[in-house]
Design a protein around this ligand. Structure first.
Ligand SMILES: [Zn+2]
Length: 361
């Protein structure tokens, strides 16, 4: 079906920027998301393209999408995403070998053999611990704030691959088929009284780590930084703009929205896709409030949460209350949450800058 007819079929909930494959990778193809759309010339972005059904990352040897307009997004735990577009592989954050206390992602850092760019949102261990090894193996350009790349400088990675950005403006990075605009954000600062109470409850209901588990944790931790500057100077949001105009906003910590972010969004208006961390504040009243701020700032047509999983004996951050609140205010926004490595395909030919999108906010 063509785009126009597709919009009619989908009525008021159309978001023309995307075509998302439904649950066929896990349900045997019995469900097709009605928003699936075709390219202008009648080709179907998803079709039977294995890149839109396989759970194998392209960076670990999986297939590239057949069509140059297709963007494939895979969430790989915490705030990690793999973006594949027009022959390029972009990794957002790099925290893959998390230790035995965590659910397996289905691959290890050593399996990541191909990547062009790695964008690090900040330098805490759960965002950058595998950046140096993956960067060294793939030759990817690795981008981060000064405190992040300072940590990288202590590890085995060629400095020529590293780009240090402050996010304070004028740092547009050009890559093959896309640009990256670093924007200074702010790390999450969940209230101590709430966090302490929950941490205490978790600790009292969880067996202590064995010496081997503690050793593993410490080895992983050593590959990230706990420098206090991460909060105000080390958390970078990235605005990625594909060459056809499709915009992606990546934000890997649920901190307060900064004036830099407001200024950047005042300039561009909206994004097609937001890949945005859920706040670590535990209580839905607080996490919902932050998600609404994020939605009002970035105005994404499609929202995919990040940083919502956790170790086996911990709490995942619920996403449904966020989705509920956001859609109360903006019923046209699409929320997408998939399991590790499950692909989400977008037809980027439809995007806000081309004004093909049926969505408005
Ligand atoms: Zn952090």
């Amino acid at each position: 079906m063509n785009l126009f007819w597709n919009r009619l079929v989908c009525g008021g909930v159309i978001v023309g920027v995307i075509s998302i494959l439904g649950c066929s990778s896990t349900s045997g193809g019995s469900f097709i998301d009605p928003r699936i759309s075709e390219l202008a010339d009648g080709r179907n972005v998803n079709g039977n393209d294995p890149a839109c059904t396989s759970r194998q990352l392209v960076s670990t040897g999986g297939a590239f999408p057949r069509d140059a307009q297709t963007l494939v997004v895979r969430w790989t735990g915490y705030a990690n995403f793999e973006l594949v577009y027009n022959g390029q592989i972009i990794l957002l954050d790099a925290y893959f070998d998390r230790g035995e206390m965590y659910p397996s992602l289905g691959f290890t850092a050593a399996d990541v053999r191909r990547a062009d760019v790695i964008l690090l949102g900040h330098g805490h261990v759960d965002h950058m611990s595998d950046a140096a090894s993956v960067g060294a193996r793939t030759g990817a350009v690795v981008v981060g704030a000064p405190v992040t790349t300072g940590k990288l400088a202590t590890q085995s990675l060629d400095v020529k691959q590293v780009r240090t950005v402050t996010g304070r403006g004028g740092e547009l990075l050009q890559f093959k088929g896309f640009t990256v605009d670093p924007i200074l954000g702010r790390h999450g600062e969940p209230p101590h009284d709430v966090v302490d109470a929950f941490e205490h409850a978790l600790k009292s209901t969880t067996p202590p780590l064995t010496p081997a588990q503690a050793k593993e944790r410490d080895e992983i931790r050593a590959r990230g930084t706990s420098d206090k500057r991460v909060v105000s100077e080390g958390t970078i949001a990235y605005l990625i703009t594909l060459d056809n105009g499709f915009r992606i906003l990546f934000r890997d910590s649920g901190g307060a929205i900064t004036d830099y972010e407001k200024a950047a969004m005042a300039r561009v208006g909206r994004v097609d896709l937001g890949l945005i961390a859920v706040s670590a504040a535990f209580l839905n009243t607080l996490t919902v409030q932050r998600s609404l701020e994020q939605m009002r700032t970035y105005r994404p047509d499609v929202f995919m949460p990040a940083h919502h999983d956790g170790p086996f004996n911990n709490l995942w951050r619920p996403t449904e209350p966020l989705f509920q609140a956001m859609k109360e205010e903006n019923p046209k926004m699409v929320t997408v949450s998939r399991v590790y490595r499950e692909p989400v395909c977008f037809n980027t030919e439809n995007n806000i800058q081309r004004s093909i999108s049926g969505a408005s906010h």
